[in-house]
Design a protein around this ligand. Structure first.
Ligand SMILES: Cc1cc2nc3c(=O)[nH]c(=O)nc-3n(C[C@H](O)[C@H](O)[C@H](O)COP(=O)(O)OP(=O)(O)OC[C@H]3O[C@@H](n4cnc5c(N)ncnc54)[C@H](O)[C@@H]3O)c2cc1C
Length: 467
């Protein structure tokens, strides 16, 4: 095995593996170190992919159980086989992680298995069991991702007090599940187990779910999830999670009234956020600086405080999202190859994969107000969209925010069926500096959910046709 590289990437998640592949495509001798035993990082192993697999499977189950009969599809004795469902999810993960290994071979990226430690700006050592191998490199990219955090005094045991990783592998459907944290991970997990039969309560510290989301969308989202049977305790601070015979007891205080409440459940999911993971990298010894949240500090070229060491993905600031990590991985590889790698942080979409999905890109109304930017709003409900109507899935709406003077699209926020796929269209539009008029004048296929986007763009100038 070669011991000299142009670039060594530490971490084989979406940031790291994409960076290594792009670097190799550009003619650099690239290696990627991964300690997990499989490539793909949090995203493929315990994040995006297994959660989306279970979201799809649980949606199928719920549809078969609740909706098929009314649609003239008569099936009796619908039974859940959770073991089989988990195996189906595991298979999807396996196929995709193996796929990255294939891509490494195809692009001639060296896959170094083990834990990477940085000894100097040109020296990296990989530890695998008792084996220690030293490598020389011109550049290093830190892509070590993040890990789940808990609350003070609450210990995640992955049995009855679980993180998202535990919640993705439960062997039985909990009768009652408490989700601590109303962010996108908690809500996706809550949706999965609610559809499979759990009684789900979400406890959120703030007065609304999904912090950072456009407030109007977030309110609608909460309403729709409540209609689906998920209960919410907002403005509530969890103070303890304790074992109580076979159950867990969750104590929490209402922030406004100071009233103390407790709830018992079979499982508690702690989904209060994630923190950058830099353990064992030797960062302080070699002089790489972090901010007060433990994120590695980088400049606009994604360089750390040491010029030839870069950092990308969850380990630096910005939204903890796989596609943001990928963009940064591409940018660093291109910078290393002498090109002008760049990430447009203003146009990074975000999606919550519940039903309906919630998707957004650009600024929220709250952000525009804060920035003193005058804007126009165009809205269109899925209730008036023919495709949503024939599918009988009419919850939600499209909201487009455009500059009052120039008509330039500043933000798009959608809650509705398949909007996670539709938001790409809006990201492209914004990347090209589109106006609402540009979108309104673009022919959209009929009957599609995407027509709701065109109608919302027409509504910016108060000329929607179907509403
Ligand atoms: C339940 C859940 C659902 C999610 N769903 C979505 C989603 O739908 N869409 C989305 O965009 N994002 C989603 N995310 C977030 C997404 O997974 C992360 O943003 C993304 O994985 C970050 O990529 P990364 O490359 O920075 O790090 P990671 O994917 O965390 O990869 C880092 C890798 O580095 C390895 N590593 C760490 N230290 C070392 C070392 N010293 N030596 C060798 N290897 C090391 C780790 O083992 C890990 O595999 C989800 C996350 C969770 C937990």
């Amino acid at each position: 095995m070669e011991n000299n590289f142009d670039v060594i990437v530490i971490g084989g998640g979406p940031g790291g593996y994409v960076c290594a592949i792009r670097a190799a495509q550009l003619g650099l001798k690239a290696a990627c170190i991964e300690s997990r035993g499989t490539l793909g990082g949090t995203c493929l192993n315990v994040g995006c992919i297994p959660s989306k697999s279970l979201l799809n499977l649980s949606e199928n189950y719920e549809n078969a159980k609740k909706n098929f009969n009314q649609q003239g599809i008569e099936i009796s004795n619908i039974k859940l086989n959770i073991e089989k469902m988990m195996k189906t999810k595991d298979k999807s993960v396996q196929v995709l992680t193996k796929g990255i290994e294939f891509l490494f071979k195809k692009n001639k990226v060296a896959y170094l298995k083990g834990k990477g430690v940085i000894f100097s700006k040109n020296d990296v050592v990989v530890y695998e069991g008792d084996k220690k191998t030293s490598y020389k490199t011109n550049n290093i990219v830190i892509a070590t991702g993040s890990s789940a955090v808990s609350l003070p005094g609450i210990e995640i045991n992955e049995k009855n007090i679980v993180s998202s990783t535990g919640a993705l592998s439960l062997s039985q459907v909990p009768k009652k599940l408490i989700v601590i944290g109303g962010g996108y991970i908690g809500l996706e997990m809550g949706s999965i187990w609610s559809r499979l039969g759990s009684e789900v309560t979400v406890i959120e510290y703030l007065d609304s779910i999904t912090p950072g989301m456009d407030k109007e969308i977030s309110k609608e989202f909460e309403k729709i999830l409540t209609k689906q049977g998920i209960k919410f305790k907002l403005d509530s601070k969890v103070i303890s999670v304790k074992n109580k015979s076979n159950l867990v007891r969750i104590e929490f205080i209402n922030n406004k009234t100071s009233k103390k409440e407790e709830l018992d459940a079979d499982k508690a999911l702690v989904a209060v956020g994630r923190k950058p993971y830099t353990e064992g990298l030797n960062l302080s010894k070699i002089g790489i600086k972090k901010d007060d949240k433990g994120r590695i500090k980088v400049n606009s070229m994604l360089q750390t405080s040491i010029g030839n060491i870069y950092a990308i993905g969850d380990v630096i600031s910005g939204p903890m999202l796989a596609h943001k990590a990928e963009e940064e991985g591409m940018a660093v590889a291109e910078i290393l190859a002498g090109q002008k790698g760049h990430v447009n942080y203003d146009v990074i979409p975000g999606v919550v994969y519940t039903f309906p999905e919630v998707a957004s890109v650009g600024k929220t109304e709250e952000q525009l107000k804060k920035l003193n930017i005058n804007y126009k709003i165009g809205k269109f409900p899925f209730l008036a969209n023919s495709r949503a109507k024939v599918n009988n899935k009419t919850d939600g709406f499209v909201k487009i925010l455009a500059d009052s003077k120039t008509d330039k699209v500043l933000g798009v926020h959608i809650i509705g069926p398949h909007c996670g796929d539709m938001i790409g269209e809006m990201a492209i539009a914004m990347e090209f500096g589109a106006s609402a008029e540009d979108i309104a004048r673009t022919c959209h296929a009929h009957p599609t959910h995407a027509e709701a986007i065109k109608e919302a763009a027409l509504a910016v100038d108060k000329r929607a046709i179907h509403f």
